[in-house]
Design a binder for this molecule. Structure first.
Ligand code: PLP
Length: 454
């Protein structure tokens, strides 16, 4: 199996190359050259454990990777999850289930992808003997998940920029209390937007990139999308066979990464009735799916901060498939969008997506109502999925993207309950180690040079 860029400017590459490169050199995103047809095979995966299912599924793509090595990466990636099912499906009521994706080390769904990506990187480094430096910027969960995916890995140094004083205290602790010597959380003083610009400059400095083996961990890595397909398949297989094609997945969405994975699994043959894009008040995707207009607004900070996004980077992969693989059209759309902040796209009717958006002042009410009705506490991101009007004839699977204990203040206001989690409690006694710096490109590069192993 080979992988091509959505913008068509790159010769097909192998799985390992696509993973190590991240963003395709022509600015596009890697996608499988052809999607495998799994429609017959999937049903035979019923009853498999989560890791066993991943082995079958990932092997379709990682055809350049030894089966035993692949198995090891999976075992290691999901071995630290705190629920034996890895991705347990909880039934709340008639026709409504919640897929809990928060049993990994940072209690958010990004662990599914970043734990595996960390294992893949580790094997690549062992093979090549070249160490790498991972650099990223975060205003929330991605930084913590990336750090925990790479923590203590031989040959990796990880630098994560975050806005000092602007991430939640628990998120900061998840990044700064690891005690690992290869982790450098850089607390950026001053404007975080400027720091993100600096980050682009650092990545644009080819000499520096080569000098330290610079790599990015963001939601555009192909391995992240594939890792996420697996839990959709796993959830689907727990529904009785004759009802699987009545399942509608409701997915709290920011970057379109999570929901794209489900849709790809469906395209490969997983039965489903469709998908619901559930945004918070930053609703570019809801506006697109409900009106056909794709236009950025300004970001309005919300109680579900990991979805405070206006430009959904993974949307490009979806457009590629909708355009029938026409990379010329995709390049034109993406250029238009980046130049004008809006673009005319084909009408989204018949694409298998519905959508809902949740205003911030509604989130606490939803959390309270869900608690009263089902005795179950959801986090503010998951809450956004409840504004979808369910069809009682369907099976609804709502993806729960974070553990409520990550947002104790909102939960307490909504339900009067104080939720905790042992892993978050343990962090409170650990020492914070962070590096406050001014976020200019020169400062970031100087810091990295000083701290990379020579
Ligand atoms: C990242 C994140 C999301 C959004 O996921 P996308 O892949 O960007 O759609 C939703 N909820 C939580 C808790 C997250 O961390």
């Amino acid at each position: 199996m080979k992988f091509v860029s959505t913008r068509g400017g790159v010769d097909p590459v192998s799985f390992q190359e696509a993973v190590s490169t991240g963003l395709a050199p022509d600015g596009g995103l890697f996608v499988p050259q052809e999607l495998p047809d799994l429609s017959k095979e999937i049903a035979t995966w019923e009853g498999l454990s989560y890791p066993a299912l991943c082995e079958r599924f990932f092997a379709k793509f990682a055809t350049d990777t030894d089966a035993e090595e692949l198995r090891e990466t999976i075992e290691n990636a999901y071995g630290s999850f705190d629920d034996p099912a890895i991705a347990p499906l909880r039934r709340l009521g008639d026709g409504l289930s919640v897929l809990e994706l928060f049993h990994g080390p940072t209690l958010a769904f990004k662990d599914f992808a970043l734990q595996w990506l960390g294992e893949l990187y580790e094997k690549q480094i062992a093979r090549s003997g070249k160490s790498i430096a991972v650099l990223g910027a975060t205003s929330g969960d991605t930084g913590a998940a990336a750090i925990h995916g790479l923590l203590g890995k031989e040959g990796v140094s990880i630098f994560i920029l975050y806005p000092d004083g602007r991430v939640s205290p628990l998120q900061e602790r998840q990044m700064t209390c690891t005690g690992a010597s290869n982790v450098y959380p850089l607390a950026i003083q001053g404007s975080f937007d400027d720091a993100q610009k600096s980050l682009k400059e650092v990545f644009g400095d080819q000499e520096f990139r080569a000098e330290c083996g610079l790599s990015a961990v963001n939601s555009i890595n192909l391995a992240r999308i594939l890792a996420q397909c697996a839990y959709y398949l796993f959830a689907s297989l727990q529904i009785p066979a004759e009802r699987r094609n009545r399942v509608r997945f409701v997915v709290p969405t920011g970057n379109f990464g999570n929901v794209l994975a489900g849709w790809l699994a469906h395209k490969m043959g997983m039965p489903a009735a469709g998908f619901v894009v559930a945004t918070n008040q930053n609703d570019i995707l809801h506006r697109f799916f409900s009106t056909g207009k794709y236009e950025v607004g300004s970001v309005r900070p919300s109680l579900a901060p990991s979805m405070d996004i206006q430009v959904a980077s993974n949307f490009e992969r979806f457009l590629y498939y909708q355009a029938g693989g026409d990379s010329v059209a995709v390049s034109r759309w993406m250029q238009d969008f980046s130049a004008n902040g809006k673009v005319e796209l084909p009408a989204p009717e018949g694409w298998g997506f519905a959508s809902t958006a949740t205003e911030d002042d509604h989130i606490e009410t939803i959390i309270r109502e869900v608690y009263e009705q089902y005795g179950y506490i959801v986090d503010p991101h998951t809450a956004c999925g409840f504004t979808w009007e369910r069809d009682p004839e369907e099976e609804t699977i709502l993806l729960s993207t974070a553990h409520p204990a990550k947002f104790p203040d909102t939960i307490e206001k909504a339900t009067g309950k104080h939720v905790t989690h042992p892993s978050l409690e343990a962090l409170k006694s650990h020492r914070i180690q962070k590096f406050p710096i001014e976020g200019t490109a020169e400062n970031i590069q100087a810091f990295m040079r000083d701290h990379l192993p020579s």
